[in-house]
Design a protein around this ligand. Structure first.
Ligand SMILES: [Zn+2]
Length: 380
């Protein structure tokens, strides 16, 4: 069929190409205008051109704060509506979200929500060791996304996508357009800018490569509705706050009585907040005594001219009960949302049996010890 179509010449026309097909080993691009095929190109493209077309083929919209007429939250909502009408896996995912069960678990001095969400089995039990990662196709790479999946291009670097297995009503994955490793270093600014561009509708999450990211080899954030995670409200309660210091006009405090260690940074200047986040990571490395990124999860939001970054310093990825056999196994694999107080389990038995002492033990095991967190905050 390809050979029957007139060739399309010139980049100006190629920019209208929408559909990529690969018959055998030759790559072709079908140009469509108003839904009709007007031509095709078959060629060998270099890496940059391939990426351009790959992004083009996934594009629902593009966002740039200065030029876009719609806000990023508006584009997110339009994307979700579009994908809920055209992508069966997402329709199923949101139908399943309507059937999740939630119960309140009252721990000592705080409470969490436990969510029974069977569709999270893939994420909660993801093998994230180097061998497993090497063997599998990366599910965040553009070429491996489901055919129907589209996204909002963010500053030409990230693609904001609907998460097909949502934990939250309106749950997004924000994946780098290239297969680059998950690490906060180099992306702190993007984390902050995303939170501002998504305010006041969404909060942005980051999971470290060794403590919750199901794709540790592909840089990504997530976003969910602001206020859906209990820690967002709890971090605003004065009586929980222990103020440590102010650095470059950024307030640094920890939260008490939550059964896990929580560091909060608040500030109005993007350069100041970025520099204190970098300093925090460097100090964590030095106190823990490691060269690589310290294990951490983080939530970032922006309101009333100020950023709030909530950081959970970690010492383990998964709790001991995760590795038990048979009936003793508890399938809870904590990441930012769970440590934020919305603990997800894909197993009904665990939903029915997990109690306050179990949550307290899990939080205590995966969280960095208090004395080390105190040393970090002292040294900051
Ligand atoms: Zn990838």
């Amino acid at each position: 069929m390809l050979e029957d179509l007139p060739a399309v010449r010139g980049v100006a026309v190629l920019r209208h190409c929408r559909r990529r097909i690969t018959p055998g080993r030759v790559t072709g691009f079908v140009a469509e205008r108003n839904g009709s095929i007007v031509g095709c190109v078959m060629a060998r493209f270099n890496e940059g051109e391939k990426r351009f077309f790959m992004i083009e083929s996934r594009l629902f919209a593009s966002f740039n704060a200065r030029e876009s007429t719609e806000t990023l939250p508006q584009l997110c909502m339009l994307l979700l509506t579009n994908q809920q009408n055209s992508w069966p896996q997402l329709i199923d995912g949101y139908a399943a979200l309507k059937t999740v069960r939630v119960r309140d678990v009252r721990c000592s001095g705080y409470s969490v929500f436990l969510q029974f969400n069977p569709q999270r089995i893939v994420s909660s039990s993801a093998e994230v060791g180097p061998d497993s990662i090497r063997r599998r196709k990366c599910f965040l790479c553009l070429e491996n996304l489901p055919a129907e999946q589209k996204g909002v291009l963010y500053k030409n670097e990230f693609l904001l996508l609907c998460n097909p297995a949502p934990i939250l009503d309106r749950h997004y994955t924000i994946a780098h357009v290239r297969h680059v490793p998950q690490q906060i270093d180099g992306f702190v600014r993007t984390f902050l800018e995303l939170a501002k561009d998504l305010s006041l509708s969404f909060t942005v999450f980051y999971n470290g490569p060794k403590c919750g990211a199901s794709a540790p080899d592909h840089m990504h954030f997530q976003a969910g509705p602001t206020g859906a995670i209990p820690i967002e409200m709890e971090s605003g309660i004065e009586s929980r706050r222990q103020v440590w210091k102010t650095l470059d006009d950024v307030a640094v405090y920890s939260l008490n009585g939550l059964g896990r260690q929580v560091i909060v940074l608040e500030g109005e200047g993007v350069d100041d907040v970025e520099s204190v986040v970098r300093r925090l990571i460097a100090t964590m490395k030095s106190v823990i005594g490691i060269p690589e990124e310290p294990m951490l999860n983080a939530l970032c939001s922006y309101a009333n001219g100020s950023w709030r970054l909530i950081v959970f310093p970690r010492r383990r990825h998964r709790p001991k009960v995760y590795f038990k056999e048979g009936n003793d196994k508890v399938l809870i694999s904590p990441a930012s949302v769970d440590l934020g107080g919305l603990v997800v389990t894909p197993v009904e038995k665990d939903f029915n049996t997990v109690d306050a002492p179990m949550i307290e033990a899990i939080f205590s095991e995966v969280s960095l010890e208090k004395n080390r967190v105190d040393r970090i905050l002292d040294a900051l």
